[in-house]
Design a binder for this molecule. Structure first.
Ligand SMILES: Cc1ncc(C[n+]2csc(CCOP(=O)(O)OP(=O)(O)O)c2C)c(N)n1
Length: 334
């Protein structure tokens, strides 16, 4: 696909792939709603950065990834992990700090990992995983491995030096990386416009670092899917890195399960206007309209997810806490 078709085109996934896009977004939404509902029980004792409202980018990007491809993320990582096929019960157990957690209960929500699924890590130090992901891409090149590296980050990470250094290295060396910025306008409580000079955009940071860049509606999963198809194929075929910027919005507070419009940094009206652009509900309506799904399909998807999520929470609660000796494991390479 040409960049023009990727941006302005209207190519659509096949019906089954549309259903899978919807199911994947719904799964992340329902898991996060379950976390939000239960957080006040005080059994999940790690901070959680909820990605409700931002389900489309990980879903649309992951649709083009293969098992051997590697994904890196930051603090708002549940959607990235789940969409790449990360084990859901292991993620929930991790948030509960339990021994069955994907990081043996020692990392919490911000340190997810599932090597079998190719989800290499998430880490909360902004931009830290960007340079690690680029290093992974360099290693893949040196070893002749067929691997695309996807690195997700927020607009806040683009303000770290490590981001610029890593972009430069990837661009100069034409590494197989797709940089995916989920631009949700805010870094904690500060609006992008007040952090950057006039007319600066995330997308504009691509070309000076030797790579193409595109931006798109991050609440439209098929637009994400089109842009990601171009960028992932290009990386796989030796065409080098691409920067994708997706405009989207987080519904919940920066960290935690609550609303935060009372803090005054964003208005209730702004939040409500983004809620009308809900990536999940709008896609459901579109799929009903074009005949890709019907009510029976939707009911069955909800029911299956409900069962899967309830089982994951029950297993997490029943899992033991890790032994104290765990504290000394994984500190140095073993
Ligand atoms: C190097 C570094 N500086 C500051 C922080 C504190 N911090 C945590 S999240 C965050 C904002 C991140 O914003 P963004 O990257 O846009 O992601 P979002 O939370 O909007 O998803 C900041 C400043 C940090 N974790 N690491």
């Amino acid at each position: 696909m040409t960049p023009e078709a990727a941006i302005g085109g209207n190519a659509r996934p096949e019906v089954e792939a549309r259903q899978e896009l919807y199911r994947s977004m719904l799964r992340t939404r329902r898991v996060e709603e379950a976390i939000v509902d239960r957080y006040a029980e005080q059994e999940m004792r790690c901070p959680v950065h909820i990605c409700i409202g931002q389900e489309a980018p990980p879903t649309g990007v992951s649709a083009h990834l293969q098992k051997q491809d590697h994904v890196y993320s930051a603090h708002r990582s549940h959607g990235h992990y789940l969409a790449k096929g990360g084990d859901m019960p292991a993620m929930i157990a991790e948030i509960y700090g339990k021994a069955d957690g994907c990081a043996v209960g020692k990392g919490g929500s911000q340190h997810l990992i599932d090597l079998d699924a190719g989800f290499i890590c998430s880490a909360p130090i902004l931009a830290s995983t960007i340079s690690v992901g680029v290093g992974d891409a360099w290693a893949a090149r040196q070893r002749g491995e067929d691997r695309v590296i996807v690195i997700y980050f927020g607009d806040g990470s683009t303000e770290e030096g490590a981001f610029h250094e890593a972009m430069n290295f990837a661009g100069v060396n034409k590494l197989p990386v797709v940089f995916v910025c989920e631009n949700n306008l805010y870094s904690v409580h500060t609006l992008l416009e007040t952090r950057q000079p006039e007319n600066q955009t995330v997308r504009r940071l691509g070309p000076p670092n030797g790579m193409e860049s595109f931006d798109g509606d991050g609440n439209d999963v098929e637009e994400v899917w089109r842009l990601a198809e171009y960028a992932v194929n290009k990386a796989r075929n030796g065409g080098g890195p691409t920067l994708l910027e997706f405009h989207t919005y987080r519904w919940m507070e920066h960290c935690g399960p609550l609303d935060d419009t009372h803090l005054g940094y964003r208005s209730a009206e702004e939040l409500e206007s983004w809620k009308t652009r809900c990536p999940v509900d709008n896609y459901r309506d579109r799929l009903i309209e074009d005949g890709s799904v019907d009510q029976a399909w939707l009911d069955s998807a909800e029911k299956t997810l409900h069962r899967e999520i309830e089982a994951a929470f029950t297993a997490a609660k029943n899992s033991p806490f890790p032994d104290a000796e765990e504290l000394f494991r994984h500190v140095y390479p073993e």
